[in-house]
Design a protein around this ligand. Sequence first.
Ligand SMILES: CC(C)(COP(=O)(O)OP(=O)(O)OC[C@H]1O[C@@H](n2cnc3c(N)ncnc32)[C@H](O)[C@@H]1OP(=O)(O)O)[C@@H](O)C(=O)NCCC(=O)NCCS
Length: 148
Amino acid sequence: MARDSQTLDLNSSYAYVLYARDFASTCRIALVDEHPAGFVLGYRRPADPSCLFVWQVAVDEKFRGLGLAGRMLDSLVHNSGEPPVRTLQTTITDDNAASQQTFRSLAKRWGNAPMTVTPLFETAHLSLAGPDADLHDPERLYEIGPPM
Ligand SMILES: CC(C)(COP(=O)(O)OP(=O)(O)OC[C@H]1O[C@@H](n2cnc3c(N)ncnc32)[C@H](O)[C@@H]1OP(=O)(O)O)[C@@H](O)C(=O)NCCC(=O)NCCS
């Protein structure tokens, strides 16, 4: 799904299985008829465990627009164990309207939580050096919460 999304950076298989093993309580898979249809990778920030960082979220193209991303994110903010999630962070590029709306809607459902957007990682931080380097768009930091 990460590869097929055409948007996400594809991590190594090792990174995905480490998340499944060590960060399962802050990750989700959406199943449709027992087949994977979407996923979220997240972790609690070591400096503030009540802050959930959402690293990757994707829904299979066939199942987009049905609320699956919203349901996975709702489950993470409400049912990720202790301590309760007070704030959520993620990063989004400026051209990703679907993702921006997904997190804007989450903030609204999550007690009209405030949302701020600030610069975080610029192209120079994210692009590999070299003549054939893919230039990565800047990622802005979206901070949501705490809920009102
Ligand atoms: C972003 C993504 C995960 C959303 O998944 P989804 O299950 O389709 O999202 P939902 O159905 O829960 O919709 C969430 C909101 O986004 C809106 N939305 C969905 N697709 C949209 C689009 N293409 N343009 C604008 N808004 C869109 C929905 O209308 C909904 O808004 P609402 O709550 O106001 O009704 C999905 O589009 C995706 O996998 N994209 C490719 C990977 C990606 O870009 N991930 C995010 C990287 S930061």
